[in-house]
Design a protein around this ligand. Structure first.
Ligand SMILES: [Zn+2]
Length: 302
């Protein structure tokens, strides 16, 4: 039986104050769920912290150096929403490296999942909205620089618009960005992706899945990417604290299966990253994040 490569690191979890809106413990709980449900019988693949030379392929050297030396000014730190402790910086380096590692594994194995990542609000020269480094942008830029791929598609189904990724790649035709998000939601300013689909507040499973079906298969055939990055945020869920759409668990599961099938039926390598998911019930959030891992593992078994 083929095993799904899952990238994880214990230090994906850093400390945030109790009650912080970002449910940091979801990473540890997700790993527990994946272990308990038999998805990691031989454990996880673990990344080393990402190198500065990789980070500056998508970020400005000044921003990268300010983060790594923890000298970012206080307004820039507030925009991110975390204090930049050593652990938080390490976590950002590991999560970014994890997405790059998962991408490399996906190119070898067809399918791989990172249990963090999807920090799509980070721009070249600043972080925002709990995003320090834009892991997908860094991984995509490294693969392009190495000549490992020629064309990339980012499928961003986090409920928030992928503004950072859109800006980083606005003049890069080799990275096609697709964002399906709730229109009436943060960030207010939504710089254009290559394709943006803005959904109305409160939309449920049927409308959401119809919109996905309308765009994704056609985009895969048009863009013909060498690899797809799928940001599988679970914040479109009806119970999400920051969402505003109304998907059910079943809706999210169907979404993840459809994305994986659409990409893998075309034999395109696929890397999945976590994206957002927010709630007081961290276990419920972690469980929602586990859906995409199950969908990927089930696809491999066929
Ligand atoms: Zn989000």
């Amino acid at each position: 039986m083929r095993l799904l490569p899952i990238v994880h690191h214990p230090d994906y979890t850093a400390d945030t104050p109790d009650g912080h809106r970002f449910p940091m413990q979801k990473f540890a709980q997700l790993a527990e769920i994946l272990r308990a449900e038999g998805l990691a019988p031989h454990g996880f693949v673990s990344p080393e912290p990402i190198l500065r030379e990789d980070l500056i392929r998508a970020h400005t050297p000044a921003y990268v150096d300010a983060v790594l030396s923890r000298t970012l000014d206080s307004a820039a730190v507030r925009r991110i929403g975390f204090n930049l402790s050593e652990r938080v910086v390490l976590r950002a380096q590991l999560a970014t490296a994890g997405t790059l590692l998962a991408a490399r594994l996906a190119l070898q194995e067809g399918l791989a999942c990172n249990s963090a990542g999807g920090s799509h609000h980070a721009r070249a020269d600043q972080g925002a909205g709990f995003c320090v480094f834009n892991d997908v942008a860094v991984a995509a830029s490294v693969l392009l620089a190495e000549g490992a791929v020629k064309q990339i598609l980012v499928v961003d189904l986090d409920v928030h618009h992928g503004d950072g990724t859109a800006l980083i790649f606005r003049n890069e035709p080799r990275v096609f960005t697709f964002s399906l998000h709730c229109d009436d939601n943060w960030p207010l300013e939504k710089p254009p992706s290559d394709v943006d689909v803005a959904l109305p507040k409160g939309m449920g499973d049927a409308g959401y899945l119809a919109a996905l079906n309308e765009h994704l298969p056609a985009l895969l055939d048009e863009v013909r990417p060498d690899v797809v990055f799928y940001i599988a945020g679970v914040d479109p869920h009806q119970d999400d604290r920051l969402g505003k759409l109304a998907l059910t668990d079943q809706g999210l599961m169907t979404r993840d299966r459809r994305v994986i099938e659409a990409v893998r039926r075309r034999a395109i390598p696929l890397v999945t990253v976590l994206g957002g998911g927010y709630g007081h019930d961290v276990t419920a959030v972690a469980r929602r994040h586990s859906f995409v891992f199950h969908a990927a593992a089930d696809f491999l078994v066929g």
